[in-house]
Design a protein around this ligand. Sequence first.
Ligand code: HPA
Length: 279
Amino acid sequence: MNDRLTPEGLKARAEDFRTHHRPGNVRGLLVAGSGLKLQIPGWEAAETVEMADLMPFPMHHLEGHSHTITLWRRGDETLMVMNGRFHLYQGYSAAEVVAPVRLAGLLGAEFMLATNATGALDPEIPPGSLVVIRDHLNLQGANPLVGPWAAALAQGPQFPDMSEAYSPRLRELAMRLAEEAGFTVFEGVYAAVLGPSFETPAEVRMLAALGGTVVGMSTVPEVIAARHMGLDVLVLSLASNPAAGLVDRPLSHEEVLEEGRKAAGRLTTLLGRLAETMF
Ligand code: HPA
């Protein structure tokens, strides 16, 4: 493993971050899809930091994704907002994918709120719907806790409980605020696959039979790392397309981005209200 990505290496990064950015009381981490123009009443976007300057590993790039962290401030408090995330399918290791979550956790974050794009496994969920995630199926073949993390980070047990990984309190709040923001909203299970190829129709039938509501290629490593460190977790999925085989046309990354652009306004409103209500 990259020796700056060990628990000791990340603790040193967290100390450096405190020295250079003086974040005060770090309340939480928001992992947003790129391209959202957030507004959080009462908070100010004070500083944007390149992820490449924070993370001790090389960045790769994908069209439509950026890699920065914006520090939102209110007095002595900071909210870390990640614009774009790392994916296993880009070749990042699970430890790299979750490094920003661990950094936020080491800085004292109490919660992680993440958004993502997914394919709907359930034909009743129309594109553009919001799905509040209540559980997951980890089919990515990776887990960020493999390695020295449990003992050395000390915050978490080696075998953390995942029976309430997604905070019931935050889910209920999100359902209510999402309805108020005008989203068609569902609750469901996120089936996490590695990607980057979209699923085959047979895989979509399998994931639905296993109990998945939506399918995506991200987020689950971050959720596991966040729970391991004791953060409360809320995940909001934008169902951007019917999963493969549910409609008679091929899937494209462009379709996913386009639905994301259409929902960006409502999602921005919802995230602002959530952030406002959660503190
Ligand atoms: N499958 C997997 N990941 C996705 C999809 C999909 O259909 N849409 C957006 N992310």
